[in-house]
Design a protein around this ligand. Structure first.
Ligand code: SF4
Length: 70
C-alpha cells in the first residue's frame, strides 16, 4: 500500500484534483486533502505529485518506507 499526504505548502491550485479527482479533493480550508490516506499503488498519485507546483504531495511505499514521488 502507498500512503498519500499533502503538506502545509499546498496553495490550493487544484492541479492534483484536476488530474486525479479520485485521489484528491479540496477541503473547506481551500487546500487539497487525500480522499484516502492509504491507496493501492496508483500512477495517478504520482502524476498529481509531479504536477504540484509547490511539491506538497508525498507518496510513500508503506512496506519499504521509500518516498516514491521523488
Ligand atoms: S497541486 Fe499541490 S498546491 Fe495544488 S492543490 Fe494539489 S497539493 Fe495543493
Amino acid at each position: 500500500m502507498w500512503r498519500v499526504a499533502v503538506g502545509p505548502a499546498c496553495i490550493g491550485s487544484a492541479s492534483c484534483v484536476a488530474l486525479s479527482p479520485a485521489l484528491f479533493a479540496l477541503g473547506e480550508d481551500k487546500r487539497s486533502h487525500p480522499v484516502r490516506a492509504e491507496i493501492e499503488p496508483d500512477g495517478a498519485a504520482l502524476d498529481a505529485a509531479f504536477a504540484c507546483p509547490v511539491e506538497a504531495i508525498t507518496v510513500t511505499d508503506q512496506e519499504t518506507g521509500r518516498v516514491v514521488s521523488e
